[in-house]
Design a protein around this ligand. Sequence first.
Ligand SMILES: Cc1cc2nc3c(=O)[nH]c(=O)nc-3n(C[C@H](O)[C@H](O)[C@H](O)COP(=O)(O)OP(=O)(O)OC[C@H]3O[C@@H](n4cnc5c(N)ncnc54)[C@H](O)[C@@H]3O)c2cc1C
Length: 408
Amino acid sequence: MTHSTTVLVVGGGVTGVGVARDLALRGVDVTLAEAGGLGGGTSGRSHGLLHSGARYAESDPEGAAECRAESTTVREIAGACVRETRGLFVQLSSDSADYFERKREACADVGIETEVVDGATAREAVPDLAPETERAMWVDDAVVYPSRLVAATAADAADAGARIHTHSPVVDATVTDGRVASVTVGGELDETVEPSVVVNATGAWAGDVAETFGVSVGMAPAKGVMVSVDYDGPHPVLNRCREPDDGDIVVPHAGETVLGTTSVPVSDPDDYEREQWEVDRSVTECAAMLPPVADADVVRTWWGVRPLYAPDEDGTDRRGISRGFTLLDHTRDGVDNAVSVVGGKLTTHRQMAETTTDHVCDRLGVDEDCVTADRQLPGADDPARLDEFVTRYDAHGETDSDVVAAAD
Ligand SMILES: Cc1cc2nc3c(=O)[nH]c(=O)nc-3n(C[C@H](O)[C@H](O)[C@H](O)COP(=O)(O)OP(=O)(O)OC[C@H]3O[C@@H](n4cnc5c(N)ncnc54)[C@H](O)[C@@H]3O)c2cc1C
């Protein structure tokens, strides 16, 4: 069978569903095809930190400002997809005092509020913190449950008219006269789709999908491990206050604590070694901040692959319109009706989607404003309903499998 659609979004991670939601709410006819369940790529396998931006404040002020703004928006629209915990950047006695100061000043420059406390005060708030805690800085980090966020975003898109197809991989495409004329979708959809525009939102797989329409997208994926341990000491999100390194983030869940992560280049996001040293290193490094996790039982481990984009070395084109993510219009590659959106973070997915949708709407001549920042997701304040959406879209992911109710 063949069907026409105005926009075909390929990929049902947080970016793809965000784009589908934004397009549908602007009245654009949209079809989304996802190879597996929603969020089954990187989104459902992330750390689950809703970034205040403090982590990036000194290295990437623009990205940090985006996190600051978008973490506020996600809180407002996503209700029970978010758990308020606050965050603490912890300086141990072996960590650089200069780095702590640089971080604090950079946060102030970006408008991220901080509250500095001495080690004793930090340990009153979090008694299990390491005795070597010199001082710490409160920030506005939180925990986000990706399965709920992805599924509720898709549900809102569907309510606005988007067709969301899971277990429907794009397997081929035909390019005629410099346009993607048709896309072959296998699996449950099993159709040929004739789109006016294709949005490639396949994250770490974006290079493979772009190849089906004859375009090269230079992805440089990197894997990272997460280790969930049986430790329920109440604590905020903990970040080690030092240059980002392995094992420096600890995320609290209900009854478990998630430790991570590593960053190791991989050549294939579907085929990489899951190595024990990554698990051991994450536990050891996180235990330097929070010693009881060293002896806690490991409940589960999982890996995710970052959708990193490596721009051409000449740097003349394909640069993102934001440092946090990259929007590539493949007109420059000779394909007039396809874009790829890569990079970014779970925290900033809505902004990525807005920028992508603005661009696609310009190409289509659609003059409608974005409303996604001002509109709550369906079921936002009803965890049971959110979990129904997760089941509807087969969106159960590793990150929050201890929190989000399992399918019957
Ligand atoms: C270890 C790790 C920890 C992270 N922690 C955080 C964090 O704490 N906070 C944060 O904000 N961000 C975090 N991130 C980043 C964040 O998870 C990603 O940037 C984001 O989830 C990417 O979403 P995406 O939709 O672009 O990609 P994905 O979620 O990977 O979605 C792409 C989708 O495309 C699908 N696909 C692939 N090929 C095809 C095809 N041929 N046809 C159809 N569909 C296809 C895949 O199945 C996949 O579902 C983390 C990333 C990693 C790796």
